[in-house]
Write a protein of this length. Sequence first.
Length: 238
Amino acid sequence: MTLQAVLVKKLRNPNSIILVSIATLLNSAQAQPPANSGCAHHPKQGYHRSFEDAKKWAKKFDDPSRDKWQKPEDVITALKIGSTDKIADIGAGTGYFSLRIARAYPAATVYAADVEPGMVEYLKNQTAEKSLPNHKPIKIPADRPSLPARVNLVLIVDTYHHIDNRTSYFQALRKKLLPDARVAIIDFTAESPEGPPPEHRISKADVQDEMRMAGYSIDQDISLLPYQYFLTFRPLKD
């Protein structure tokens, strides 16, 4: 018998109505779901903000000081890209990684995918200026990874925390992966001095849980970056 039921029996006592009200509030509070119960300890919705002004964001994203902690060349080496691979950089932004990969692997195809039209136009201009015909800027919708071809590698840097309904998103991504493809996710730790507000950061454990639910297994946990975790996943065999 619940506390509320016991106290209801005492309604003949005029003072007991106060106790019953308290009990009702307690039971109601116990019935409420915990905050941030979307998946593991984090909500399903991503952190939304505008990146429309590409030139403004390029000053931050491509600031040479970023190289000290982002270690782009080391990251690209760790990815072990094949010379003719097809790669998708989802959330490519101003091309911090996609342009470097396209330059380092001229026989590879690099899809620089972003949801912001301004970023895609900026990427197209960079592609022309740097004469990188293997660098393919594309606009994708925010709710699904609509890539033009199946790929060997998907790179998602500092973008995972922006994606809504991540389990569904990465389930859909599996249809765009070639056999033995990998998905690399790099995002900020809770302790990092860089990155989104702390309440919008997603722990490494939560990423692993979400990716497992989307049908992936952990491939590597690479200890390389001071402010970010670096995880790679492979889709589970059907």
